[in-house]
Design a binder for this molecule. Structure first.
Ligand code: ADP
Ligand code: ASP
Ligand code: MG
Length: 419
């Protein structure tokens, strides 16, 4: 039997009506002759509520119990989806992660897949079941504890199942009808793309476009999964939504394909650190150990900068998510207390946001950075930090200008027009 994976996100299973609506889409694929693996998220808002409860109960919580609580939202929707399908005379059953068993690492809150054995589910399909409903976002560690995959992780569950079961396609049903040039909530000029390359989607996701979890795109790219994003609210058919695929399949040739943003960024500057070999390692080692996700890094070039010291000094600036600032400060202060680093002061700016332009066309076109900086200058937006890679340019700016920056860059690169 050909097999499809269909994933329904939180708003697509937000209440019993929405679950029924989603189940009808599943039934339609079964009627077309497919066996279906359905991956469900928790009902909209549920995971946030569970995360809140954990934090209120225990601020420095045990990550294993966090996962036990936070994974439960998906168990409810998996059971309800199986019941709804049964009511429609579609033979279905639900599976929690440990029942498959979905084997993951024991990195609680951010676990990764190790293996998805097919035997149990294949046996059910062989018995005549048409649909396996899987609770997304969860698995089981080698120690036998429940794990979760990080926020947005049901996307990754879906792609991992599509890879493990050789699915014809992995359809991600959500509350938008595809992947847009940027988040359509920020500008009404955002344009839906018919196709986008794995590389570009990977950049957009890792730079903040939460329409797909980054890890899901990585897995789809590695295992050549045909990945599609489409609306669970509209009528859909074979050609709906946006296909994430190899570059070669794409005709559109715009230099910049999309914009992503990340709202909660912070900029930290260590003022006056020694300019000597090993200083970066001495700073970023403790930050890594403390689990701080350092993103952009800038070190001033300062060969002749002494500032009254005997040896040359420099400043080191980096960015990280706002909610990791306290951890970063603590790690740096501890390193300073042991004398492994010295600095005059630590400046912390928690009002930053990151805006990025992404496009594989940048590999062969010059001038994208200049155009980006000009567009921001015309709006009077100051750039705090710049970072580039082969197919993206990111800038850190004041958070209050983030929407304006996205809108003006969308105009500057004429993204509302097809290329
Ligand atoms: P789900 O609950 O279905 O997983 P998410 O909220 O995780 O849905 O992801 C869908 C949301 O992603 C959309 O509502 C949209 O606001 C946001 N989004 C961000 N960037 C983009 C983009 N480039 N294209 C489409 N949606 C985007
Ligand atoms: N329910 C989880 C979350 O909100 C996983 C997901 O929906 O993908 O992050
Ligand atoms: Mg999501």
């Amino acid at each position: 039997m050909p097999l499809l994976v269909m994933k329904f996100g939180g708003t697509s299973v937000a209440d019993l009506d929405r679950i029924r609506h989603a189940a009808q889409k599943v039934r339609a694929e079964v009627a077309r002759g497919y066996d279906v693996i359905v991956i469900v998220s928790a009902m909209a808002g549920k995971t946030n509520e569970l995360v809140g409860w954990v934090g209120e109960t225990s601020p420095l919580y045990d990550a294993r119990e966090y996962d036990a609580v936070v994974s439960s939202g998906e168990n409810v929707t998996a059971g309800l989806m199986a019941l709804t399908l049964q009511e429609m005379d579609v033979p279905a059953r639900s599976w929690q992660g440990w029942q498959v068993p979905i084997q993951t690492t024991s990195a609680h809150g951010a676990a990764r897949f190790v293996d998805i054995p097919r035997a149990n589910i294949d046996a059910k399909f062989a018995e005549g079941f048409k649909v396996a409903v899987i609770a997304g976002f969860q698995g089981v560690s080698p120690e036998g504890r429940i794990t979760t995959l990080g926020r947005g992780g049901s996307d990754t569950t879906a792609v991992a199942f599509a890879a493990a079961f050789g699915a014809e396609r992995c359809d991600i049903y959500t509350d938008v009808d595809g992947i847009y040039t940027t988040d359509p909530r920020i500008t009404s000029k955002a344009r839906k793309l018919d196709k986008i390359s794995f590389e570009e989607m990977l950049e957009l996701a890792s730079l903040g476009a939460k329409v797909l979890q980054t890890r899901s795109v990585e897995l789809a790219m590695r295992y050549k999964v045909r990945l599609r994003v489409l609306s669970s609210f509209d009528d859909t058919d074979e050609s709906s939504g946006t296909l994430v695929c190899d570059e070669e399949e794409i005709m559109e040739s715009k230099v910049v394909s999309g914009l992503a943003f990340s709202r909660e960024e912070a900029k930290l500057t260590l003022v006056t650190v020694e300019d000597r070999p090993g200083i970066a390692a001495a700073i970023f080692g403790p930050l890594a150990e403390a689990g701080v996700n350092v993103d952009m890094i800038v070190q001033n070039i300062s060969e002749k900068d002494y500032r009254g010291h005997e040896k040359p000094v420099t400043d080191m600036t980096f960015s990280c998510p706002v909610d990791q600032v306290a951890r970063a400060q603590k790690a740096l202060e501890e390193a300073r207390a042991t004398d492994s680093i010295k600095y005059e002061k630590l400046e912390v700016d928690t009002d930053a946001a990151k805006v990025s332009v992404v496009g594989i066309g940048m590999r062969s076109h010059a001038g994208v950075a200049a155009r980006m900086f000009r567009a921001l200058a015309e709006e009077g937006i100051n750039i705090k930090v710049i970072a580039t890679s082969e197919i993206k340019i990111s800038v850190l700016i004041d958070r209050k200008y983030m929407e304006l920056a996205v809108q003006s860059l969308h105009d500057a690169f004429e993204l509302e027009k097809a290329g």
